[in-house]
Ligand binder design. Sequence first.
Ligand code: GDP
Length: 484
Amino acid sequence: DSITVGELAKRMGIKANELIRELMKQGSMVTINHPLDFETAALLASEYNYEVENVAFDEAAILEDSPAVKPGTEEDKPEDLELRPPVVTVMGHVDHGKTSLLDAIRAAKVTEGEAGGITQHIGAYHVELNGRKISFLDTPGHEAFTAMRARGAKATDIVILVVAADDGVMPQTKEAINHAKAAGVPIVVAINKIDKPDANPDRVKQELTEFELIPEEWGGETIFAEVSAKEQLNIESLLEMVLLQAEVMELKANPNKRGRGIIVEARLDKGRGPVATVLVQEGTLHIGDPIVSGVHHGRVRSMVDDRGERVENAGPSMPVEVTGLSGVPDAGDLLYAVEDEKKAKDVALHRQQKLREAELAKTSKISLDQLYAKIQEGDVKELKVVIKADVQGSVEAVKDALVKLSTDACRLVVIHTGVGGINESDINLASASDAVVLGFNVRPEPKSSQLAESEGVDIRLYNIIYDAVSDIKNAMEGLLAPTL
Ligand code: GDP
């Protein structure tokens, strides 16, 4: 973990500029937001008679998110675990009936005995079959599934693979199979559109054997259902099949601990602020819980379920719409309930800081330290330099020596030279053309240092021409000793 120049200065009770000057003396041009690694910070601090302690920010500890706290491992005792509903994603080729199937399931099960049925679309819903629940992610297709996986999140227990009985296995059918297999998620096959006159379920089964999806009646282990989403045929037996698959998997979670879930979708609501649909994965989420998700934090202000009802608690596999976060998280982000609001805030701020550092690193100008890497990546084909020296003779000598360093991979271009201190116009020029500034027996004027900091311009100061030439040569070859 690192600390910024500004933060270190603050903790030692000195001005950031003083620290920046000190670093400059040591040959390193940094901005106030520049992160210092532990060694550098310790060295600097020791010059001010301070000691730096390496207390890395332990986010995982605050979130209680160690591998040991994952369900089914030591932390949750077996007697703490309870069966939870399976979470299902519907995948398959375009037009094979994914959306229709999700609608048919909703229509078949949810309105039954419930006043309004599902009026809300919150990105996920659940149905009940003889007292057993199944949760569905309401975004069909493998894009959402893959996007979540790419973020390291696993939201799905079972995939329903929809294949149209009149069309058979198509390119996206294969993709869906591959995605499910790569994620290790079992597939239940729904052969859809069996109401159509040209429906041929056996042909679909035949085609799927190629992908090791073999029905039980043919000696395989894959569960098949033949349905019509349009005519609402066999929807209930498909749900039975899903529950059968879930039973084999023994999906469990501990509902009696702090909640943790995954963001299914999130948006900014004009009246309610950030609104996020959370699929709870472990524990139980309560009204008032301090929470953190992505770089945002807050408290659970309200929860609304997929029936549009306000709820006080949400347990494993239940989708709820949560308000109270400080901003809109991304789909696939995890949401954690934590001990207190301060911890939620600490984690969020820490993540924001990391994000800023990453962005800063991206936008910063060329520096000798990164030159080699950028040449290797093909990002940089020439190094531009501004040369300032105390006398014209030095300017010419340096220029001649540097230009000779040009190689095929990286050309050296002197874009400006001058006699005198490094001024703001030198920095502006360097910033605009992504150049480094070399000074010989000269110093930057105070305002130029500040400008260089804010613009991220690399200034190097030398007394001996040989040192400059060897620095540049080394930088081009990736041999520059890291500053500090
Ligand atoms: P998606 O692209 O996989 O989400 O497919 P849709 O659910 O949008 O369905 C594509 C088309 O197939 C629509 O015109 C549906 O009305 C139709 N469709 C879906 N299911 C059935 C079915 O069981 N039988 C028939 N005949 N048509 C269906």
